[in-house]
Structure formats: structure tokens, C-alpha cells
Design a binder for this molecule. Sequence first.
Ligand SMILES: *[C@@H]1O[C@H](CO)[C@@H](O)[C@H](O)[C@H]1NC(C)=O
Ligand SMILES: *[C@@H]1O[C@H](CO)[C@@H](O)[C@H](O)[C@H]1NC(C)=O
Ligand SMILES: *[C@@H]1O[C@H](CO)[C@@H](O)[C@H](O)[C@H]1NC(C)=O
Ligand SMILES: *[C@@H]1O[C@H](CO)[C@@H](O)[C@H](O)[C@H]1NC(C)=O
Length: 473
Amino acid sequence: MTRSSLINKTRRRHPLIHLLCVVALFSAFVFLLQSYFFSGSQRIGNVSREDVETLNSFQSSVQQCVANRGLGLTAHIVDHCKLIMKFPEGTNSTWYNAQFKIYEPLEYTYDMCEAVLLWEQYRNMTTVLTREYLDVRPDGWLEYAAKRIAQLGADKCYNRSLCEENLNMVLPGRAPFHPRQFRTCAVVGNSGDLLKTEFGEEIDSHDAVIRDNEAPVNDKYAKHVGLKRDFRLGVRGVARNMVAVLNGSSDEVLIIKSLTHRDFNAMIKQIPNPVYLFQGIVLRRGAKGTGMKSVELALSMCDIVDIYGFTVDPGYTEWTRYFSEPKKGHNPLQGRAYYQLLECLGVIRIHSPMRSQRKQDWSDIPSREMIRKAHSAAFRLKKNQGDDLGQFSSCKVWGKVDPSAPLPVSGSPDMSETRKKSNYNKWETLPIESLRKEARDHYQAMEGVSLYKMDGNKLDDLVCIRHSDSSSV
Ligand SMILES: *[C@@H]1O[C@H](CO)[C@@H](O)[C@H](O)[C@H]1NC(C)=O
Ligand SMILES: *[C@@H]1O[C@H](CO)[C@@H](O)[C@H](O)[C@H]1NC(C)=O
Ligand SMILES: *[C@@H]1O[C@H](CO)[C@@H](O)[C@H](O)[C@H]1NC(C)=O
Ligand SMILES: *[C@@H]1O[C@H](CO)[C@@H](O)[C@H](O)[C@H]1NC(C)=O
């Protein structure tokens, strides 16, 4: 107000000054306009032309990759973020969605910027629920813990010891697995298409193999699905089968996708396997396919994620599991298009009957360097800011844990004889120094901070826990 009244006075006294001001402003405007159109790095608002160009050229690479690898799928660029994945004319889409009274469409729009932000972040995440997470997250014990226990009989953990009783058996103190811990991982789905190929040896050659629910692993299927067993993601519903499924594989880590509860704990007492809860669950109905959870888990531990048995070939209409009779069901075209997009974003590598002749040629997938640049550009555009805030930019809640504090290994006071033989030590007491170099380097770059998801499918808000000793506060 004082400022404008000053200008008013000035104007009244010196109309010439006013005119000069207008001229100066106008030339400044023309200058800005010129630099916007003629110089490479100028930003208007906070959007950098360079970032848009980076994303445009990334889109072109993705488009080329889809053309080469998509078995008829094509990518159509809408802008620097959006693209449409189209199945070829005549693709079998006889599936009828009774709920929405429509046939399945042959094209799907995706936001490649969102996808690259989400999946690149997974490479730095912890995807197992831990005690430190519940301690640090606001209302972690009271509210969040209650959400992870079925049939608790209360909406919150008003009685914390009751909730601890439920969770103890599946709750490690800190992250048992680390980003970059493995170089290669195979994620094996349950699709019947596995029987059309013989990927067994190839699957077993990975540093870690992740399997799904009650998928059997035995001599009968060995040449199709391999024999190596490291991780298994399961929904609570298959608990009653787990004793038989895990028989003979006591080191295989079981990770529960959804909730735990008493019955489940009773089952756990009968098996020696380490058991954890997945962290990153979407607590809503109608979540994306369960296969995505395996990809999330894999990406949080492995550099390279190879997927097998996901029914991703266009036109493949059988709905079977490799170990059971065909069921009535459907694997939507949308999912298949998304998996192809993920391959071309460098997230997964797809192996399927129609791709089995390709051998291992990944040269048309955008390079890590290009993906990193696209990620930075997408990040700046989204946050509408010029500076990359680094690896902690999404941290919303911070916590601190002293790594030298004694850490109990997982288990509960009422552990059964069988559980006492559990090999939790294999993961939980593993010193960082003994991990592969890439994992140690990452730990350094992250300054010993573990990142956890808060909720849902977005990774915008994270819980970040720093592990530093009390001396260096
Ligand atoms: C399309 O798939 C259905 C089964 O989902 C099958 O009955 C039908 O024959 C298929 N049509 C073509 C043209 O392949
Ligand atoms: C809380 O739960 C524990 C374990 O189930 C039980 O022993 C205790 O009585 C409960 N406390 C209250 C106040 O309900
Ligand atoms: C586990 O496997 C062994 C040997 O194959 C068999 O004798 C035993 O009955 C199995 N146990 C269960 C619970 O399936
Ligand atoms: C992931 O971690 C690396 C260090 O290993 C860091 O350079 C990068 O910025 C992080 N990326 C994200 C999306 O947080």
C-alpha cells in the first residue's frame, strides 16, 4: 500500500518516468519471450524446455521399443508424458465386462511420467513391514498396525500388547532385505503358458527366485519353472496349504501380501520358514493384479527383474495355472499393455512363449542412463521446481534409529519348537559390509536411510528412517 501510493505520487509528479517504466517493462517482456523461443534452457513458470525435450526423446525410445518388442502392440505419443498403447485391429477381445456392460477396449492411455516416477522409486524402497516403521510412523501402532491384522475385534490397537501378539511373529526390527541386494531376480507367475516353454534352468540361474501363492516346485514341473526357491508372496487365503507347499524348503522366505491374523499365526507355528508382511499393500478393493506386488518386491531388492508365467502375450486366451485345470477367468488386455510398457521403461524383462526365440537381446530397451534422466525431468516437472531435491525429496516423516542398539531377531515369546529352527538370521543379522558392492554403494548414497511407503499405490509421501549411531548426531 505504501509502495503503490509512492508510485502514484511519483506518477503525478513525473509522467515521463511512468512512460519510461512502461517501455522498460515492455522490452523486458519481449526479451523474455525471445529467450523462451530461442534459447534452450530458459524456463517459463518453472517448466524447463530441456526437461520436456528429454521426456520427448524418451517417449520416442519407448515407442520404438514397443514397436520392436510388443508383438503387434503400438505406442502412440500424445504429449511428453501421455501415450496410448494400442492392440492391433482384430485382437481377440471377446471378454465382456458384465459390470460395466462393455467389451474390453483395444487401447489404453498411460502416463509414462507417473510410471517412471513410481517404478524408479521402488528401486530404493523397503517393502517389508518392520518394527521401526511402526515406531516411527505417526499412529503406526495405534492405527496402522490394526489395519494389518484381520479379525482384530477393534478398529485400533487400543491394547498394544494384543496387537504385538498378533504381529510379533512377522515383524523384524529393521529391513531384512536391501535395495540392490541381488543382481538378477526371476519373478515366476502361475500362468499355464509356462508349460509351453522350458525356462526352468534359466529361472534357476537367477540370484533369487520369487514365486507366487501355492505354486508347486518339484521334479514334475522342474523343466518349466525350475527348482530354486528363495521368496514366495502369498495371500492370507492360501495359508492352510502353505505347510505342504513349503515342505522341504525351510529357507524359502514367505511374504504375506495382505493381512495376518490368528489362524495365520497358527499356520506359521507349523513351518520353520521366515515369514514377513509385505509393506506397500493397497488397503482397498479392486487393486491392480497380484503380479504387480511381486514386481514391487523384486524391484526393491534386485537390479534386473525377469518375469515368467504372467500371461502377457497378446491373443493368448487360455486362463490356466500351470499346475491346475483351466479355470473360468480373464487376464485383461490392459494388464498386458502395462507389462509391455514396464518392459520398455526398463522395469522388467518379459519372458513368454511368443518371446522365447528372442534370446537375451535387450538392446532396444532404453538405457539406465536415459531412464535416470527421464526420471529427473519427470520429477522436476511434477514438483514444478528447478532443483532436484535428491534421494530424500519424498520423505514426509523422518525417524532415527541407532544401528548399534541391540536388535532382537524376529520371533515371538511363544515360538514353537519348529519356529526356533527358523533361519531369520540369514537375513536379519547380515552386516551391510557383506552385501554386494552395488548394495553397499547404495547404502552409502542413502546415508543409511531406509525408505518406506505410507499408503496406496503412490510413492509421494515416504517414511524415512535414518540409521546412524548416537555419537554422530
Ligand atoms: C477369442 O477368445 C475366445 C475365448 O476367450 C475364443 O472362444 C474365441 O474362439 C477366440 N476368437 C478368436 C478369433 O481367436
Ligand atoms: C491386552 O491384551 C493382552 C494380550 O492379549 C491381555 O493379556 C490383556 O489383558 C489386555 N489388556 C486389556 C486392558 O484388555
Ligand atoms: C513333507 O515331505 C516329506 C518327504 O517328501 C513327506 O514324507 C512328508 O509327509 C511331507 N509333510 C507334509 C506335511 O506334507
Ligand atoms: C535412488 O538411490 C540412488 C542412490 O543409489 C540415488 O542416486 C537416486 O536419486 C535415488 N532415486 C530415487 C528415485 O530416490
